[in-house]
Design a protein around this ligand. Structure first.
Ligand code: HEM
Length: 147
């Protein structure tokens, strides 16, 4: 069971404790959110195949994603990674990100109190937009002819 004591999990325990109090979130709820969310992603007709080609060992991915959400939602500083290169080159359009967000919003509502769900959804929407922009920028372009 993950610890939910800000002193144990956060580089900024006081800030993390304040966010936990405001949102009702903790490591346990984020762990449930992440695991349930990726169960849905893996079973999803649109997203499942994209993940299946890249992830075979789900244990480390889920651990990384809990650390990511701990950093993003609780400001713990637990995630040290680079999300942009992980997505550049994936065969995805905005419709994939929209589907990702539908499943994320649904799972956040199931696993978090309302303030906590709003907190993570707002951040997921912002990050999805910026990842989508990075993915689009990296796609090779054919310049339409003016003739
Ligand atoms: C179209 C929607 C998305 C797809 C298909 C997708 C797919 C993937 C895949 C396949 C990986 C593993 C890459 C690898 O290890 O080779 C990954 C990693 C990751 N994704 Fe996504 N993703 C999507 C949206 C998002 C969004 C919206 C977020 C954040 C809100 C996110 C956060 C991350 C993070 C933090 C990692 C780990 C990067 C690392 O440290 O290696 N993804 N994603």
């Amino acid at each position: 069971m993950p610890s939910s004591d800000p002193q144990n999990i956060s580089a900024r325990p006081q800030l993390t404790a304040e966010i936990m109090a405001q949102t009702g979130l903790d490591e346990e709820k984020l762990t449930r959110l992440v695991h349930r969310f990726y169960d849905k992603v893996r079973a999803d007709a649109v997203l499942g195949p994209v993940f299946a080609t890249r992830i075979t060992d789900w244990g480390p991915h889920l651990e990384r994603m809990v650390a990511f959400w701990s950093s993003v939602a609780l400001m713990t500083g637990r995630y040290h990674g680079a999300p942009v290169p992980a997505h550049v080159g994936l065969p995805v359009e905005w419709t994939h990100f929209e589907r990702w967000l539908v499943l994320f919003r649904e799972t956040a509502a199931e696993t978090c109190p309302p303030e906590g769900a709003a907190h993570v959804i707002e951040r997921a929407e912002r990050i999805a937009r910026s990842l989508h922009m990075a993915v689009e920028d990296a796609k090779p372009r054919t310049i339409p002819s003016l003739l």
